[in-house]
Write a protein that binds this ligand. Structure first.
Ligand code: PLP
Length: 427
């Protein structure tokens, strides 16, 4: 096992970012980013040779670790043969095979795969499918129902279904369309409100969209499979489409291949992205059940799904996704998720003793330490980095979602770094 090098200072690159506009970043005041040079497994190597242990697998994408040889080989092979070709009127083996394999993995009649290039767009496509599904049935339904605490992307229409407080509704008031956003139906009272709302409004609602079991970017909020099942039953009662946004939860993260599978439900539409290519390329998919697909079949051209991202079904990305699926088929990924979860449970529970900690929770390979508040985010990030770990707390949440292939030594270091950081800064 290699050891963490003993550098004392983290390099900064302030002058290099004059032209690069970073996400969610106040470019005037934010501290300089660090500069990555290469990756391997669960490690990020910086320009000066410093090695960081990655606790979040690059926004939850690199589920097999970075630079997995099987994915690299598939990518190299595809790169030489055909890095890209349009999907309009012409198809190729990687997209055909990936759509077939995704359908088989999802089961039921989730048989129809529409590719795009990011999670947000896959949700946009899902919503468009839902609206047009009703239009094709001569019904005009103008709303999508979603839940507080949810996150579904950053494009304008997905913004409208994100949590109204944490999302950008206030900032973009009057620009982002108004949608019904309810409490997740967890308690008896919330269930009653949900049911009453649907009873009164279901004819104007095209679909319900939900992140199954875990609301990720909205705060790593966990809820039960029973609640998801209730939600599904209620959607069925009012004949509403159910969209499960599995962009975060898909591909093993919650302990099952897909989170919806723990609740014995069949979503009408599923969105996938983040870990789809094993963290190698941008790719997303919107998968519909057969009755949804059939609503678009007609002699009238305008009943077709009117969408088509230029790079949809990019062969290189599809080849990476196929390699990633082959790893899920041949490697004990779900067992690794279980082990990581157990280890995080053991190690992170120490944090409950700290006065600043409100709650510690683990589901699958997601470990969350929720604080009452994080008074100085920059200081927290800096302190974590001094342990040579890459962890990105947000709001009042410190979480880890490592690669499933991470070593138990590295999980232990991630957990103890969080504990030591919180103890040093907040007690
Ligand atoms: C990240 C995320 C998205 C948006 O995906 P992008 O690829 O960033 O556009 C949508 N839904 C969920 C649940 C996500 O976690």
């Amino acid at each position: 096992m290699t050891h963490v090098p003993k550098q004392s200072k983290i390099p900064s690159i302030s002058t290099l970012t004059d032209h690069l506009w970073l996400p969610y970043t106040q470019m005037k005041t934010s501290p300089s980013p660090i500069m990555a040079k290469k990756t391997q497994g669960s490690h990020i190597y910086l320009e000066d040779g410093t090695r960081l242990i990655d606790g979040i697998a690059s926004w939850w994408t690199a589920c097999h670790g970075y630079n997995h040889p099987v994915i690299l080989e598939a990518a190299q092979h595809q790169l030489t043969a055909m890095p890209h070709i349009m999907l309009g009127g012409i198809v190729h083996q990687p997209a055909l095979q990936l759509s077939t394999e995704l359908s088989a993995l999802l089961g039921h009649d989730l048989n129809h795969v529409f590719f795009s290039d990011s999670g947000s767009v896959s949700v946009e496509v899902a919503m468009k499918m839902a609206f047009q599904y009703w239009l094709n049935k001569k019904q005009s339904r103008h709303h999508i129902l979603s839940f507080k605490g949810g996150y579904h992307g950053d494009t304008l229409y997905t913004m409208s279904i994100c949590d109204p407080e944490e999302g950008m509704h206030t900032l973009f008031k009057g620009i982002v369309p108004q949608q019904p956003i309810l409490d997740l139906p967890v308690t008896a009272e919330q269930r009653k409100n949900f049911d009453v709302f649907l009873e009164q409004n279901h004819t104007s609602i095209a679909a319900i969209v939900v992140e199954p079991l875990v609301q990720g970017a909205g705060g790593m909020i966990f809820y039960s499979a029973e609640t998801l099942h209730y939600l599904y039953k209620t959607a069925q009662k009012y004949a509403l489409l159910l969209i499960c946004d599995e962009v975060f939860t898909g591909f093993g993260r919650t302990g099952s291949m897909f989170a919806f599978q723990q609740a014995e439900i069949i979503p009408d539409i599923i969105t996938l992205s983040k870990a789809l290519t094993g963290g190698t390329m941008g790719l997303a998919a919107t998968i519909a059940r057969t009755p949804i697909y059939e609503a678009f079949l007609s002699d009238q051209p305008e009943h077709a799904l009117m969408h088509g991202p230029t790079f949809m079904g990019n062969p290189l990305a599809c080849a990476c996704a196929l390699a990633s699926l082959s790893l899920f088929a041949t490697q004990p990924r779900l067992e690794e998720v279980r082990n990581i979860g157990q280890q995080m449970q053991e190690h992170l529970s120490a944090c409950t003793k700290l006065a600043c900690v409100k709650n510690v929770r683990v589901m699958g390979a997601i470990g969350v330490v929720e604080l009452y508040t994080i008074p100085d985010m920059a200081a927290l990030k800096k302190e974590l980095l001094s342990h040579f770990v890459w962890i990105r707390p947000f709001r009042n949440i410190v979480y880890i979602t490592p690669a499933f292939t991470i070593s138990s030594e590295d999980v232990a270091i991630l957990c103890s770094s969080i504990y030591q950081t919180l103890q040093k800064l907040y007690s």
